[in-house]
Design a protein around this ligand. Structure first.
Ligand SMILES: Nc1ncnc2c1ncn2[C@@H]1O[C@H](COP(=O)(O)OP(=O)(O)OP(=O)(O)O)[C@@H](O)[C@H]1O
Length: 231
């Protein structure tokens, strides 16, 4: 479904990602791990076409998307939830979600009901301004907005960072549900190793912009964590 080969990605003249390759099949869950500043966010931005320049091959559903704009990649079915969530604070919860519906290619504009089953608080706060929600609720809203596009793959950047524990659980459960019950492929940047072990099929560890290790979740041993993720 998503295939990256020998990716080099740049901010200005600095190559941040260096020769990164990985593949993701339909319905698979991949965690992207590594210490701070190793290029995890940059990898997600590269998939969305949000870095200054990228070399290498990037295919989605068999088509080369490296020349496509970010909105085109979204319309093809790549749902991206960035680290800062980027909901529109002055828009209501409903308006924020409807913005996602407008990226749909099948013309449907109504909000899918399962979003509210997953995150009931969004139905309750439908007319509240997005900016007035708590951080965790905003994260739920950002996920709902991305899902309203009806994506085939969901890309999430540390979705539970800085969020109160009771909402962390809801968000983690929702991500697992979307993958296992609704068949969405997931790429997740995560610092929480127990959750990465529980939720993912495979993982990649980045170090200094390159893939230091990749494997099945069973290979994500304490020794690997110690070597690549402790400070
Ligand atoms: N817009 C930018 N312009 C120039 N350099 C950048 C930009 N964004 C990130 N970088 C640099 O790219 C490198 C990788 O950053 P990135 O945010 O991808 O790391 P990360 O692994 O996601 O880190 P964290 O876990 O702290 O979020 C860092 O050295 C960072 O300073």
């Amino acid at each position: 479904m998503l295939h990256a080969e020998n990716l080099f990605s740049y901010y200005g003249k600095s190559p941040i990602l260096q020769d990164v390759s990985f593949s993701l099949k339909a319905g698979e869950f991949l965690s992207v791990l590594g210490r701070n500043g190793v290029g995890k966010t940059t990898l997600l931005k590269t998939i969305m076409g949000l870095t200054d320049r990228c070399e290498g091959r990037l295919e989605f559903d068999g088509a080369d998307i490296s020349g496509r704009s970010t909105p085109e990649r979204a319309r093809l079915g790549i749902g991206y939830i960035p680290q800062g969530r980027e909901i529109i604070p002055r828009f209501t919860v409903e308006e924020n979600i409807i913005m996602g519906c407008y990226a749909r290619t099948d013309g449907k504009r109504e909000i899918p009901d399962y979003l509210f089953e997953m995150f009931p608080i969004l139905r309750e706060f439908l007319t509240r301004r997005g900016g007035d929600l708590s951080g965790g609720q905003q994260q739920q809203l950002a996920i709902a907005r991305a899902l309203a596009m009806d994506p085939k793959i969901l890309i999430l950047d540390e979705p539970t960072e800085g969020i109160q524990p009771n909402i962390v659980r809801q968000i983690e459960d929702a991500i697992v549900h979307l993958n296992r019950e609704r068949g969405l492929a997931v790429i997740l940047v995560e610092q929480n190793i127990p959750f990465a072990r529980k939720a993912s099929d495979r993982f990649v560890v980045l170090d200094k912009g390159a893939v230091a290790m990749a494997g099945h979740k069973d290979e994500l041993t304490d020794a690997v964590v110690e070597k690549h993720m402790t400070f």
